[in-house]
Ligand binder design. Structure first.
Ligand code: ADP
Ligand code: MG
Length: 246
């Protein structure tokens, strides 16, 4: 067996906003095709950690190594890094004046310089994949929240990232629309996409996660496979958190 490739490594990452220290000495390793699920109470630093991984927030210190290369904000083209580390947010932020397909082809054409013909071909393939093959020419206002989020996923995939970050992608959705988005994410994980997912959907964490990380007050408290975290947590704080959500 060959060791699987290391996609993301974080060493002693610290981040503050002014006087507020929100991430403390975070260490993290994500291997190729891993689905890593981050759980924890609101305010524990999950979003900040994800945002540091694609440089929407800039760490104060520590190392972020993406596919073997240590990335620093002052020496690297962060737009390039963000192309490779895609992100899906709670609020989808689609362009309202572009069709579904228009939303998906915009960045590949503008940022990557891909021809319209190629971008359309790939965009249609991705929309088919997320189950929106009949919505190419529809405007976002005509879509449900679950459909919008699946467009947002297709749009992120159109940049051909090696790593996908999801920050509570189903938290803004009506309950009946959560499943279709989780299903799309599960398929992506099954196809081997490397993913880091912040979610409160513990069923998804258990079923799809390879690793679950519990964070509290800016620190990683416990890391393990889902069965261990959910059935045999080692740390009292993990137990208390899980008792509070189940
Ligand atoms: P989570 O995603 O786990 O809810 P966040 O990473 O969003 O947590 O927030 C962690 C802490 O950092 C919170 O106390 C939050 O208020 C604070 N915070 C997040 N973003 C900012 C910001 N841009 N400026 C100041 N404080 C922030
Ligand atoms: Mg958050």
């Amino acid at each position: 067996m060959t060791e699987s490739k290391e996609m993301v490594r974080v060493e002693k990452l610290n981040k503050s906003f002014g006087d507020l220290h929100v991430l403390y000495d975070i260490d993290l390793e994500v291997k190729e095709s891993d689905v890593v699920v981050l759980i924890g109470a609101s305010g524990s630093g999950k979003s900040t950690l994800l945002r540091c991984l694609n440089f929407l927030e800039i760490k104060d210190d520590g190392k972020i190594i993406i596919e073997g290369e240590q990335v620093e904000a002052d020496t690297h083209d962060l737009n390039k890094v963000r192309q490779n580390v895609g992100m899906v947010f709670q609020h989808f932020n689609l362009f309202p004046h572009k069709t579904v397909l228009g939303n998906v082809i915009e960045a590949p054409m503008q940022v990557k310089g891909i021809s319209k013909k190629e971008a359309v071909k790939e965009g249609k393939r991705l929309l088919d994949k997320v189950g929106l093959g009949d919505k190419y020419n529809v405007y976002p206002s005509r879509l449900s929240g679950g459909q919008k989020q699946r467009v947002a996923i297709a749009r992120a995939l159109a940049m051909q990232p090696d790593i996908m970050l999801f920050d509570e992608p189903t938290s803004a959705l009506d309950p009946e629309l959560v499943g279709e988005v989780l299903e799309t994410m599960k398929e992506l994980g099954n196809e081997g996409m490397t993913m880091v997912v912040v979610t409160h959907e513990m069923g998804f964490a258990r079923e799809v996660g390879d690793w679950v990380i519990y964070m509290d007050e800016g620190k990683i408290i416990e890391v393990g496979p889902p069965d261990q975290i959910f059935d045999h947590p080692k740390e009292e704080r993990t137990k208390a958190f899980l008792d509070s959500v189940f």
